[in-house]
Design a protein around this ligand. Sequence first.
Ligand code: CKX
Length: 605
Amino acid sequence: MLDYSMLYPKETVSRRVVSMDGMWKFHLDGQEIGEKEGWIHGLPGTDMIPVPASFQDFYTDKDTREFTGDMWYEKDMFVPGEWEGKQILVRFAAATHRATVYVNGVEITSHEGGFTPFCADVTEVVRYNAHNKVVVKVNNELTETNIPCGKTITLPNGKKMNKPYFDFFNYSGLQRSVHLVALPKESVFDLDLDYEINGSDAKVNYSVKTTGDKPVKVELFDEAGNKVAESVGKTGILSVADAHLWRVHNAYLYRLVIRIMDEDKIVDEYEQEIGIRTVEIKGTSILLNGEPVYLKGFGKHEDSDIVGRGFNIGVMKRDFELMKWIGANSFRTAHYPYSEEIYQMADREGFLVIDEVAAVGMFESLMNFMEASTGKVTAFFEKETTPILLKAHKKAIEEMIARDKNHPCVIAWSLLNEPESTNEAATPYFEEVFKYAHELDVQKRPRTFALIMNSLPNTCKCYHLSDFISLNRYYGWYVKGGYEICAAEELFRKEMDEWKALNLNKPFIFTEYGADTLGLEHKLPSVMWSQEYQDEYLNMTNEVFDSYDFIKGEQIWNFADFQTTEGIMRVNGNKKGVFTRQRQPKDTAYLLKKRWEGLDLNYKG
Ligand code: CKX
C-alpha cells in the first residue's frame, strides 16, 4: 500500500484545497551546494519561475535549457488557524524525475518517478495562521535504474548532460500543479470500482479504504442530481436500474459520494465521477459494454511551446477539440501517465485511453529509431542493475493504477514501450510486471506493451503476455521509405501474414506508425518529409490495416510535432505530427478525417 492517497484533491464539506500554482523562486544547483549552503531554509537570488511548467524553454541560454542535475524551488504557503487538528498535506501532482521536500527547514519526504503524484505530510511542522516555507529539490538525471531510462554523462567542461534512450526531450521540473490540502484526521484513502451490466441494469461493486474504523456510507447520483442508489459499508454493491452506460463520445457520468460517518456527523466526504462500463477482450475483439470497438486516434505527448511538458489547460482543450474534429476516439498516453485533468476530460468527452507507464528506453540506444530494425542486441534486462529497475518500474505501475483506475476512459494499461523483448532474459521481467498490473487492477483491464520494429513474430519473447498486441511499425519511413514504398508494403504484409499464421486469436492495434513531415514542405511528386509523402505513406498503411480482420485499431504517431533531443535525425524535434506543435493541421489531417469519419465504431466487428 502507498504511503499517501492518490485521490485527486477536491473540496467537500470536510476537505480544503488551496492551489499553490503560480510563480515560485527557482535556482539551479549545478555544483550541488544547496544543502551545504542552507537552501532548505530559502533560496539565494531572485529568479522566479511558473509552476506548473518545464523549466527549460523559458531561458535564453543553452546551459540552462540543457541543465542536468538538481534544481530548487521555493514558495511560501499560508496555513489558516482553523485547520488545526487536520492532516495537512502538500500534494505534488508530479516532480520530474525525483524530488525531496522541505518545509520550514525540515526534510519531509522524497519521491522517485516523475509522472505520478505524491504528498508531503506537513502536519507536524506547519505553523498555523502564519506563512510557512516550502522548498523542493528536484533532480532530472536519467539512469538505467529508473524509468524513463537513459544515462547522465559529464562533458569536458564539467557540465552534466542527459542522454535519453528515448525520443522526447527530457523536460523536467514541477510540471504539474501543487496543492495545499487539509483533510480530517480520519479520511477516505482509496476507492476501487468494478461494474456488471445485466440487460438495462447495472451493478457497481465498490470498495472504500479509509484511514480509520468509522462506518462508511455511499450514494450514487445521476447527471440530473437524482439519487439512484445507496449503500452502507466499506464494500458493497450499488444496483442501478436502467443504467446510462458510459459510451464512446457519449459519456454518462454518475457522481459517487462517499461519507465517513460518526452517527449523524460527516467526518469526511469525497466525491468521484464514475462511468458505468465494462471492458473486455474476446477473441480478436475489444469489447466496450459487450460491443466491439475499433480504436482510431493517436499516440500523444504532453508537449507544447514555452511550457514544454508543463500541464497547460488551454492546450488540453485544443487537443480534445482537434481529436473530435478529426474523428478520433482514443489515444495512448505515450510515454508516461499524463496530467490527471486530461483523464477527467477524456471521461467527460468519451475517449478511450491506453494508459502507459513511463517504461520507455528499455533498449540501450541514443537513436532507437535508427537501430530498431537492425537487430541490435543490448541485453537490457540482463544487467546487474535490472532488479533495481524492476522495483522502480513496479512502483510506477502501482502509482499509475492507483491514480487512474477509476477513470472510465482508461480501458487498458501499457506496461512498456519498445523494450528489448527479443532476449530470453526479458521474459521473467515482463512476467513480473504483467502479473503485478493484473493483481492491482480490480477491473482486470487488458494489458499490453508496444513492440518495437525488431520484435517480430519469430523474435519477440514476450508478446504472449499481452492481452492485445500493440505494434509500433514504420514500414515506408524507417524501413524502405520514399520511392521504395512498394518494397515497404511487401515487407509490412509479410510481417502481418506471419502474425496471422500464428493464429493468436487476440486483437492487434497499431500504437505507432507515421512519417516525419515538415509543416510547410510541399513537393510534387512527393519526397520524404513533404506533406505529399505523408499522405502517400498513410494511404499505403491504411490499405494494409484494412486487409487484416484482426487489426482492431490505429493510433498514429504522433498527434502533434514534439520536442526531442537535438541531433542529425531530428529537425528541431520529431515532425511526425498530424498537427504542428502549434496545433494546426498538416494536409494529412484532412485525409485522416475522411477515413476516420467513415469508419464505424464497430468496424470489423
Ligand atoms: N517509437 C523505431 C517511439 C517514439 C518515437 C518514434 C519515432 C519511435 C520509433 C522507433 O517515442 O518518437 O522515431 O518517431
